[in-house]
Design a binder for this molecule. Structure first.
Ligand code: FAD
Length: 365
């Protein structure tokens, strides 16, 4: 029996969910979204991302990132057209950031004994002479950097190959997705991957969703390794990172992590501070020429879909009959957790199918 599934959202969360679901021939998957790969919009986080793998979760919540790494590694090794390359990452720590009161962007990334040291290859502590000025310690490991434009389009291609159908739709209520399956029959299951859209989307209206604003500068200059620092003296919501995307995607200089800020226009003062901090941390970025040596492609702002209680991946039955599987609220780790989360979506969908009496024993054939 065909299982009509509608995925709402075509960011990395919706596309990865659609891809894994479409590997089962019984699933007939339709993706409906307001924005698709190719668009740049403040309501669409995925194209703006770096995107690399710098683990952010605590050990107990590490499932999503832990399970995503092997697949990103495999794609990087075996599928050059996906637009991902390996890059070394260097993470620099300041003791004063760990001790600062209030919200910390990612204590776990900057831990001196992180859980991910046994997951990401080539982990090692940096010697004191490898630590950049103003920092107390650091570590290095092998990570990846994704060219988001290439990768999102590649995901669409992989979905198309599996028979997924795409439609441009603006939903006012998640229940409206039920009538949008390309099969012509009502969808049995809806996947909600609308990220920040879940704040206002009828039937969801999750008021714990808010943006974590990210301002970045995309430059032509090339630099490796990737860099992330635990804090800056400029402001608690400003951070410093550098990552060179694969396949000529430019180098992202960051940034900010400003929770609750909806401003879509780049702030020129913040942009200046981002560029100054980048060339300070990595003078080689401009061959020692300072910020005048930067060749800017664009200034940008993306809104990370931040959720107060963390990501929401669970089933909800609306109006007693419509099964929704939510997959939203990934904040700053949507790529590095994408396969782990989509895998959970498939598990939840399979539980629903079994409950409805479907025989899944021939799956994958
Ligand atoms: P989105 O990409 O926002 O997609 C939401 C989808 O839902 C869109 O298709 C939208 O059109 C659709 N939608 C919403 N509402 C409706 C509606 N009412 N009707 C129809 N469609 C709707 N992550 C990493 O893992 N590594 C990184 O290095 C990294 N760096 C980042 C750097 C920046 C500058 C930014 C901004 C983010 C970064 N992130 C990174 C975070 C990552 O980008 C997000 O976690 C991820 O893109 C979220 O994907 P998503 O699919 O959930 O949401």
């Amino acid at each position: 029996m065909a299982n009509a599934i509608v995925v709402a959202g075509a960011g990395v969360s919706g596309l990865t969910s659609a891809l894994l679901l479409s590997r089962s021939k019984a699933n007939k998957v339709t993706v409906v979204a307001k924005h698709m790969p190719g668009d740049y919009d403040i309501e669409y986080a995925s194209p703006w991302a770096g995107a690399n793998v710098l683990p952010m979760a605590s050990e107990e919540n590490s499932r999503w990132e832990r399970r995503t790494w092997p697949e990103l590694k495999r794609i990087t090794e075996e599928v050059p057209e996906a637009g991902i390359h390996f890059q070394k990452a260097r993470v620099y720590r300041r003791v004063k950031d760990a001790e600062a009161p209030g919200y910390h962007l990612s204590d776990y990334l900057f831990s001196t004994d992180p859980w991910y040291k046994s997951v990401l290859p080539d982990f090692r502590e940096l010697s004191q002479d490898e630590v950049i000025p103003g920092h107390d310690s650091g570590c290095e490991f092998t990570s990846v950097c994704i060219n988001t434009v290439v990768y999102l389009s590649w995901l669409v291609g992989q979905c198309l190959k599996n028979g997924v159908v795409f439609k441009r739709v603006v939903l006012t209520d998640i229940r409206d997705a039920k009538s949008l399956s390309h099969t012509g029959q009502p969808a049995n299951i809806i996947i909600n991957a609308t990220a920040l859209g879940s704040l206002k989307l009828g039937g969801v209206e999750d008021t714990t969703m808010t943006p974590a604003r990210a301002q970045i500068v995309l430059v032509r200059n090339e630099y490796h390794p990737m860099i992330a620092t635990s804090g800056t003296d400029d402001s608690a919501m400003e951070i410093t990172y550098i990552m060179q995307r694969a396949a000529g995607g430019g180098t992202i200089l960051g940034g900010t992590y400003d929770i609750g800020n909806w401003e879509s226009a780049p702030d020129p003062n913040i942009a200046l501070r981002i560029m100054k901090r980048a060339v300070e941390a990595a003078p080689g970025l401009t061959g020692g020429k300072g910020i005048e040596g930067l060749s800017v492609i664009r200034h940008g702002v993306g809104l990370r879909p931040w959720r107060k209680g963390g990501v929401r991946i669970e089933e909800e039955v609306l109006d007693g009959s419509t099964s929704i599987v939510h997959n939203y609220g990934h904040a700053g780790w949507g790529y590095q957790g994408s396969y782990g989360c989509a895998e959970r979506v498939v598990e939840l969908v399979n539980e629903i199918r079994k409950r409805k009496g479907e025989d899944l024993s021939g799956e994958g054939k």
